[in-house]
Write a protein that binds this ligand. Structure first.
Ligand SMILES: O=C(CO)[C@@H](O)[C@H](O)COP(=O)(O)O
Ligand SMILES: [Fe+2]
Length: 219
């Protein structure tokens, strides 16, 4: 059983007060930061480039979990790895769900010394990706449509989590299972019960007391 990790999503930081929140995160029980990269094409929102990641890593040296929501992850994964990503996840849909392209990018991420994994949107089934699971350090299940923080949790996505948990045991693998979107006081327990070991939480953490909210999910 993997240790439970909370990965606060910096998408929901209060950008008028960044350093104080990064100091609080450093002192908190969060070991990871979730860094959402959006290119305005794969999703209808724009966020951060590699220089911002580099700055965050310097100010707050936690494990950087970089979620690429971009049309061209093959180009951007190496750039974010050079700038501090410890783990990069990319959407299968951005590679047309093509298994050989997905396998190729997972191999490339590993060759660059980072951890890697796949992400699926809510309307993408997870079962077709069984053959690449052996190369994933983590599989990320989206429980909202990617693009924005603060959306409602889609409880149906927990079926994917249950399938991933069963497959992990059947195939004797050890990838982490992460969920992203709508995690809060009403939903985090069901995600853990279904088999998630890594919880992304954005608005829930940053719109409340950061330290206590993270501790509450780990209690
Ligand atoms: O990838 C995304 C959104 O596309 C997320 O990482 C969000 O940042 C999660 O925000 P909350 O739903 O927890 O507010
Ligand atoms: Fe994310």
């Amino acid at each position: 059983m993997n240790e439970i990790v909370i990965a606060p999503s910096i998408l929901s930081l209060d950008y008028s007060n960044v350093s104080a929140q990064l100091e609080e995160l450093k002192a908190s029980k969060a070991k990871w930061l979730h860094f959402d990269v959006m290119d305005g094409h794969f999703v209808p929102n724009l966020t951060f480039g590699p220089d911002i990641l580099k700055g965050f890593k310097k100010a707050c040296p936690l494990f950087m979990d970089v979620h690429l929501m971009v049309e061209d992850p093959k180009t951007y994964a190496p750039i974010f790895i050079q700038n501090g990503a410890d783990l990069v996840t990319f959407h299968t849909e951005a590679l047309d769900n093509d298994l050989s392209r997905i396998q190729g990018l997972l191999d490339e991420i590993h060759n660059l010394g980072a951890k890697g994994g796949i992400v699926v949107k809510p309307n993408t089934a997870i079962e077709p990706f069984e053959s690449v699971l052996k190369s994933c350090d983590l599989v990320l299940v989206m429980s909202v449509e990617p693009g924005f923080g603060g959306q409602k949790f889609m409880a149906d996505m927990l079926k994917k989590v249950e399938w991933l948990k069963e497959k992990r045991q059947e195939l004797n693998l050890s990838y982490r299972i992460e969920i992203d979107g709508g995690i809060n006081q009403d939903t985090y327990k069901s995600a853990l019960d279904a088999g998630c070991d890594t919880l992304v939480a954005g608005s829930y953490v940053f719109k409340n007391d950061i330290t206590k909210t993270i501790e509450g999910m780990l209690a």
